[in-house]
Design a protein around this ligand. Structure first.
Ligand code: ZN
Length: 291
């Protein structure tokens, strides 16, 4: 695929230009590049295809482990138990990468939630489902097997496979899912913010540089609303593309004070700090982004 040269123009329009004029903000973090809608979509498709291939290979490793169990596959050099463990570890590695890429795709090009809540959960949490498919059948077969494997090896293989299942399930789960509708609402309602901030390990984004959740963080990334190939890419989209799917509760409160409508916007933990509630001062001592 030929990559055509992108044209990026800085856009300074928008109601929130005030945030900028308050002296050229001394943002210390690194700027993240935005993607157009078409770029998001094509990147997501690629990531999903790669995930699917990796999951198929992972299942292949599970099958090889099962063949070792039934002694249909006898490999030289190592014992039956060790070959099974090797296949389980490769299975896990493939599963983890696939789950990571799948989540990344779900943030770039989220699934729709309206009219299909179950489908949304299944697709968004596919990493967990695939983890189960990649390890559960093997675990059940090992536990059910008699005379196929000696007792000690059976215990070791079972424990390794269960640990792999738990790791793959936990890391494959999307704890910060976002729907296409929520992403569109955020772009629409918060698209005027010229800059949006987040921390490296955070899962939420901030609209105000002075937000207490990031004020003391030395690891802040940011994005700027800009024109890319003739399309306006709002700063908030870049934050969501980078896995920061929810709006920080403090920033949500401040935005509401400014009269900004947050309907449909995905909020941090689905909650917001209510209007007059003074944020606890010691929260500034919490680790960056409070994750
Ligand atoms: Zn904030």
């Amino acid at each position: 695929m030929e990559e055509k040269k992108r044209t990026v123009t800085k856009v300074t329009s928008g109601k929130k230009a005030a945030a900028e004029t308050a002296e050229e903000v001394k943002t210390t973090g690194k700027k993240a590049e935005g993607l157009t809608k078409a770029e998001e979509k094509s990147k997501a498709i690629t990531l999903r295809i790669v995930s699917a291939i990796l999951w198929v290979l992972a299942i292949g490793c599970e099958v090889l482990a099962i063949l070792c169990l039934f002694k249909a596959l006898r490999l030289p050099g190592l014992s039956q138990m060790w070959w099974m463990i090797i296949f389980i570890v490769i299975d896990l590695a493939l599963c983890l990468v696939a789950g990571f890429l799948w989540k990344k795709a779900s943030h770039l090009d989220p699934f729709k939630k309206t009219n299909n809540k179950v489908g949304f959960v299944i697709l968004t949490q596919l990493g967990v489902i695939m983890a189960a498919i990649c390890f559960l059948p093997l675990i059940i077969l090992v536990l059910a097997s008699k005379d196929k494997i000696d007792k000690k090896s059976k215990i070791v293989v079972t424990i390794v496979a269960i640990v792999a299942l738990l790791i793959a399930g936990l890391l494959g789960a999307d704890f910060n899912p976002i729907s296409a509708e929520e992403k569109a609402a955020a772009e629409q309602q918060l698209g005027d913010f010229a800059k949006v901030y987040w921390t490296r390990y955070g899962h939420k984004y901030h609209l105000y540089e002075g937000c207490q959740a990031i004020r003391n963080s030395s690891d802040v990334s940011y994005s700027e609303g800009e024109e890319i190939d003739g399309e306006f890419v709002p700063a908030v989209r870049v934050a969501m593309d980078n896995g920061c799917t929810g709006l920080c509760a403090f920033c949500a409160r401040d935005a509401e004070k400014e009269g900004i409508n947050l309907d449909g916007v995905h909020l941090e933990d689905g909650t917001r700090v209510s209007g007059d509630e003074a944020p606890a001062e010691d929260l500034t001592l919490a680790p960056a982004d409070g994750e």
